[in-house]
Design a protein around this ligand. Structure first.
Ligand code: COA
Length: 330
């Protein structure tokens, strides 16, 4: 029941009794993880490990696809041919990341159609940050620099995790993200060192995005629902707070050195503790956004639904041509 190739479904009581808490299997599984071994799709795994991985990888895949929307809308308005080309390539990469991640999640038994349906029905979450508007070109540069930076912090850590297909997908994604961040930083610096109105536009975008970026790493550890278990099974390799701290450490100095400010008067590094101190972000706003009631949730889902419906004939044509030209095996 728990090997590869099976369709994921909620366990029956008998399955739970028979397999879920099998202490010998669980101990062997946890010992493998403790030794740093990768778990592969055909291996035995506790139901909860599979369920958590599907939840997390699926949300991640949706985030990549939904994340292409705010930037994609700027392709026609990017300032100059060089920026336009880079943005087209980046947006295409993000959709590719979605593909890699849906593939990884499918190895756990949930079909892609079911994942897409859960996204479109609003059942599945995706990253909070993609529910905000990209009002100006400066918003696109903040996304390209700081949101990609935040994603790299998270993904580099998790690429060292325990589930083989997810880690391999993350490694490839991280290579591409580290290129994305260069184009984001280049565009960000160009505005920071540009005219007074370009700097002002950038500063305003930074002010708008700061809180969503602080939210990006998830609730504070004390309120995180899944961290403890995910870290025990090495799905998540750092806690939400640890990742947020790592991001602040690496990127706040880069923002300040460009003489830009951040909209938090209490943001500072405590030299004794080595930790960043900051104003607690508005968590009520965070929960509203991740539960479907942010500034752009409805618009993003409507765009995605439109693409799904209007792309149906392309998918069908691909399936038909595959069937038409399929070469029999024997
Ligand atoms: N955006 C949307 N939802 C978020 C979120 C965010 N930035 N941060 C946390 N949440 C959600 C969680 O999905 C969870 O909801 P659920 O129980 O309905 O699934 C809830 O808030 C509680 O958070 P927590 O217990 O801390 O979740 P977590 O342990 O899964 O950690 C992440 C959250 C984002 C750090 C983790 O899921 C992760 O590393 N994901 C992979 C990377 C990713 O998705 N990146 C997105 C953009 S590139």
């Amino acid at each position: 029941m728990y090997g590869g190739g099976y369709i994921f479904s909620e366990p029956t009581q008998k399955e739970q009794d028979d397999h879920l808490d099998d202490p010998v299997m669980l101990a062997a599984f946890e010992a493998r993880i403790g030794q740093g071994e990768k778990i592969e799709p055909q291996d035995w795994m506790p139901y909860e490990y599979r369920r958590q991985l599907i939840r997390l990888i699926e949300q991640h895949a949706h985030s990549e696809v939904m994340g292409a929307l705010p930037e994609g809308a700027w392709i026609t308005r990017a300032p100059g041919f060089r920026r336009k080309l880079a943005l087209i390539a980046k947006v295409q990469d993000e959709i590719g990341h979605g593909q890699l991640l849906y593939n990884a999640a499918e190895t756990l038994g949930k079909p892609r159609e079911a994942m897409i349906n859960d996204l479109l029905s609003g059942k599945s979450k995706y990253s909070n940050v993609f529910n905000y508007p990209a009002k100006t070109w400066a918003d696109v540069t903040v996304i390209g620099f700081l949101i990609d930076a935040a994603a790299i912090v998270n993904q580099v850590a998790n690429s060292k995790g325990s589930y083989g297909p997810y880690c391999r997908a993350l490694e490839r994604i991280c290579y591409e993200e580290s290129f994305h961040i260069k184009q984001g930083y280049d565009a960000f610096v160009a505005l920071a060192l540009g005219s007074a109105s370009q700097r002002q536009m950038l500063q305003q975008a930074l002010n708008r995005w700061w809180q969503p970026i602080m939210h990006f790493f998830g609730p504070a550890d004390k309120n995180s629902v899944h961290s403890e278990q995910l870290m025990r099974w090495k799905v998540k390799m750092a806690s939400n707070d640890a990742m947020r701290q790592q991001f602040l450490d690496s990127y706040v100095p880069k923002i300040w050195e460009l003489n830009l400010t951040l909209p938090d008067p209490y943001l500072k590094k405590n030299l004794e503790s080595g930790k960043w101190e900051f104003t607690e972000p508005d968590w009520e706003e965070f929960y509203k956004v991740i539960n479907g009631d942010g500034p752009c949730n409805a618009e993003r889902l409507a765009t995605r639904k439109y693409a799904e419906e209007h792309g149906h004939w392309v998918r069908q044509a691909l399936i038909n041509s595959r069937q038409q030209f399929a070469i029999p095996l024997a």
